[in-house]
Design a protein around this ligand. Sequence first.
Ligand code: NDP
Length: 245
Amino acid sequence: MKLRGKTAVITGASSGIGEATAFHLAKEGAQVVLVARRKDRLNELAEKIRTETDAQVLPIPADVTKREEVEAVIRQTEKELGAVDILVNNAGVMLLSFLEKGKVEEWERMVDVNIKGVLFGVYAVLPGMMKRGSGHIVNVSSVAGHEVFPSSSVYSATKYAVRALSAGIEKELSRCGIRVTNVSPGAVETELTHHITDTDVIDQFAKRSMTKLESEDIARSIVYAVTQPENVNVNEVIVRPTNHN
Ligand code: NDP
């Protein structure tokens, strides 16, 4: 119970890595704030966490691409649960497509959710964390933020951006007592690929057999990073499945 008394806000908590992370942080004793657009999924998870742990849970539906909604999440958290100790910027979309398909709206959506969503989260928690001289920001990037493959140009660009932001925030804020962890998962079995619309990419995925991680595998690495002693700042975590291709 290393996180007893701490409050953690997790974006993208309605499925996959965010859902597992919220659950694991609650099991470590944190009060958890669940953020995503699908209210029903957040409520279901809140109920499950309340049943299986004694953690306080606050589900708040919000769209991370809307700055005022992200700010409202942090204000409501501070009012109901107290200061935010941990922010997990996990919400993301991976709309892989070949550039020649010109799926401009999907490029924009990835930029909005994956980059602006992270920035809005950081913007909203920073004043409180700086005032208190402590806090931990976890940004979920990807191995696609370390290497680019055909169809991942825009997605990878957003995930390289997340890594750059993590590095920049760490350099600027370490002296203020704020810790930053950038997490780069390899392939994880979640709903992430369900939203891809490029049929060539879908066909390629269908033909490829892939070793995948479980969401819990990433959740445990996030718990590892945020449960280190205050003087330890785990900056970068890369987790790939064994036997990946
Ligand atoms: P899921 O699709 O299962 O989860 C994505 C989450 O993001 C959902 O909870 C979704 O909730 C939320 N989300 C999407 N758009 C918005 C929005 N505009 N506002 C608020 N929440 C939003 O995928 P994963 O769990 O796999 O993805 C989590 C993160 O992990 C992403 O950043 C992804 O890029 C990264 N990642 C995933 C990998 C994988 O193989 N699965 C590998 C590497 C990185 P809702 O729709 O309810 O809003």
